[in-house]
Design a protein around this ligand. Sequence first.
Ligand code: ZN
Length: 139
Amino acid sequence: MFNQAALQKGEADQTAAAVHAREHSKQQDMDPDEWLLCGICGNRIARTADRVAVEGQHEHRHVNPEGIAFHIGCFAGAPGGSPVGEESSYFSWFRGYSWRVLLCTACGLHLGWLFVSSGHQFHGLILSRMVQEQGNISH
Ligand SMILES: [Zn+2]
């Protein structure tokens, strides 16, 4: 005969992971020195304050000749990116602009493109390859 005691102990929930709830600190959208960081190495790429609108909007979605879609944001400056290679007008997404590839100065990740026309330039940065800097990192 089976006579198992079916004692139900009120077991505490001991899943260690479940206890670890982390709260995000409030982000201050007004901080002019908020940066977008390289998603790989954390290098400071561009200030959010340097966002600009090109052809009427800041964000653009384009497809390159290989069929890869990119979601980019336009920035007046990108101190953490360095343009490499030849200037090209091939398949340029912006009328009148040619482009150069823009790499992270620290790790070489392809971050986007520098778009250049006569008298004007801007940086088109791939938004998914960057992360927003948290406001209260202090080292
Ligand atoms: Zn990097």
